[in-house]
Write a protein that binds this ligand. Structure first.
Ligand code: HPA
Length: 265
């Protein structure tokens, strides 16, 4: 059975309008709101999530009256999967009827005015992963060969998110997300390079999904939870535990913002 047929059967044609990919330490929203949860391991053609802090299931839920599909945990390029494999779920969301995709992640602060636990709206990205998920034969039914990338992170969604944050009294940062393949964190010299190139935050995800979502004409909103000062910006060595701990501290703020955005969409 194909992925779409399987999911439509399992969810009785749920028809989600909004997709949300929940990053490291941010998966709790899908515990709070959950009508139907399906482990990736049960879904035809999906790959399992293997990183600590990621659960690995697709969750269908209603949030403030809107039907959403959430990825509780994502697959990363550094796990050894191909770019095509890690972005397959975005194509699935498109085929399920999703119109807006909210991408979230934990990221290191390259911008020295950012503090751990800040939330940053992604205004643009730099793909330094050394690969592109649209490599290979193009499926013309999904999108064109050479997609325009001039406004992946839609201005109207950034404004909508800013309006929601204002009402909730949440201060938001805005900036450019710089994606490296990982899994090693950056060296201080690499962070200085990223800053010179215009980066505000750095991470190991989101960009492949944003490229594919833009390609198949989904409106994208990106939110980074700043979990640490990037290498060489602070004094401390980086650890995955710190990333998870800090995102855990800001998850209440994060969840409130996402709920308000979903309602306003
Ligand atoms: N670098 C890369 N990825 C990350 C970081 C970082 O500092 N923090 C969270 N994800």
């Amino acid at each position: 059975m194909g992925t779409i047929e399987f999911l439509n059967e399992k969810t009785n044609n749920y028809a989600p309008e909004i997709g949300i990919i929940l990053g490291s330490g941010l998966g709790e929203l899908a515990d709070e709101y959950c009508d139907i949860a399906i482990p990736y391991s049960e879904i035809p053609d999906f790959i399992k999530s293997t990183v600590k802090g990621h659960k690995g299931r697709l969750v269908f839920a209603k949030i403030n009256g809107k039907r959403v599909v959430m990825m509780q945990g994502r697959n990363h390029y550094y796990e050894g999967h191909s770019m095509q494999e890690i972005t397959y779920p975005v194509k699935v969301m498109k085929k399920l009827g999703v119109k807006t995709l909210i991408l979230t992640n934990a990221a290191g602060a390259v911008n020295e005015s950012f503090k751990p636990s800040d939330l940053m709206l992604i205004t643009d990205h730099i793909n330094n992963m050394g690969a592109n998920p649209l490599f290979g034969a193009n499926d013309e039914t999904l999108g064109e060969r050479f997609p325009d990338m001039s406004e992946i992170y839609k201005k109207k969604l950034i404004e909508l998110a800013e309006g929601c944050a204002d009402k909730l009294g949440i201060k938001l940062q805005k900036g450019v997300y710089f994606a490296n393949s990982g899994p090693s964190y950056e060296t201080p010299a690499e962070i200085r390079m990223a800053r010179i190139l215009g980066a505000d935050a750095v991470g190991m995800s989101t960009v492949p999904e944003a490229i594919v979502a833009n390609y198949c004409k989904l409106d994208v909103l990106g939110i980074s939870c700043i979990s640490n000062a990037a290498s060489g910006v602070g004094s401390a060595a980086l650890s995955h535990e710190e990333v998870i701990d800090v995102t855990n501290q800001s998850k209440a703020k994060f969840k409130n913002l996402i709920k308000a955005i979903v309602q306003a969409l």
